[in-house]
Ligand binder design. Sequence first.
Ligand SMILES: Cc1ncc(COP(=O)(O)O)c(C=O)c1O
Length: 409
Amino acid sequence: MKHWNRYNPIGAEEKAAVNRVLDSGVLSKYIGAWHEDFNGGVEVNAFEHELAEYFGVPHAVVFNSLTSGLIAAMGAMGVQPGDEILVTPWSMSATATAILIWGGIPVFVDIEPDFYGIDPNRIVEKITRKTKGIIVADIFGHGARLDELRALADQHHLFLIEDVAQAPGIQLDGKFLGTWGDVGGFSLNYHKHIHTGEGGFCICHRDDIAMKMRLIRNHAESAVSGSPIDDLTNMVGFNFRLGEMEAAIGREQLKKLPMLLQQNQKKASRIIETLAGESWLVTTPVGKPGEHAYYVLPFRLTDDRITNSQLAEKLRERGVPGIVCGYVNIHRLPMYQQKIAFGPFPWAHSEPDHYHYDIGQFPIAETLHTKTFIGLLISMFDLNEDECTWIANQMIAAYQELSAEVQHE
Ligand SMILES: Cc1ncc(COP(=O)(O)O)c(C=O)c1O
């Protein structure tokens, strides 16, 4: 079986950055009180400044993970027990867990099958007097239908948070993903286009929201007196702080982001071009080149005689790397099926019978998961042109084999 090299964006620049921090002896500098070091050390501050500049926003706040960042964002937006937040079921679990932590109730909304984002046409029917916000995921590397979602959020006085874990540095209609929302959150974990081992950051426009996120990051309850925040809602602190070494690595990674994105987009283009004549599968209809980060190169099967798991098995036999068969349907996780998080809370706070996470409720996300979605995690492998062509040809051959088999049945 062929050996595949793992993608590795860490080089001499990151090593030098880590050595700079080690030489300084200051591996972290936060003080969890209102103090000149409340915002951390030189690398953290410089990284936040550079991120804000890159995205053209007033604020960037770094965290030890995006999970922490999303929790801080939900807290800063003022989510309280019993508040309903509309959320995509087609994302990593943290997108919805961030709601639960504050006692909010995730209300899932089905997705649309082109960009795999929350479907704007299904939002209004889910809005109640308890709805406070929407959290979308720009999944696999492409934006959700953000112009429509932004307009709906404004029209109904809801906040909009964007989970951009998988799409750093991508623009939609000339506007960076993450800036469509009131807060946009990015992951810097080991699996992402740019990484710091573990880490994440949130960008936002509003001073008060940025300050609240900084407080939640750093023991809010000890730091709030003296700070400009006088509304104590959710000023319950955590330790979500990113260290100086990770921030120093992040600064180098940010410089490489455009180049790394282009490399990954080249891999995707090669595979898509090779599959151009194949009508049994479709990929995301990307408007302009560069509008997809291809964290996962997504495909939807259109031949209903075959399923994603059958094709995945054939591809694995052929040694194709990074196969993603189906994707997370968050509502299917046991905690939602049994409605048990903090004991019976947060559901027991409201009307538990009012919230349903039954399997079958979200036909688009569920059919994609069980039957029609197959993706390639191309961002995790170092692939040259020939290897990309080989992968696409294996897909064609695997489909032909499967097609012949189902014909004979
Ligand atoms: C869509 C999405 N949201 C949130 C996260 C959580 O990010 P982190 O691992 O930095 O907490 C991930 C991580 O894989 C993700 O893919």
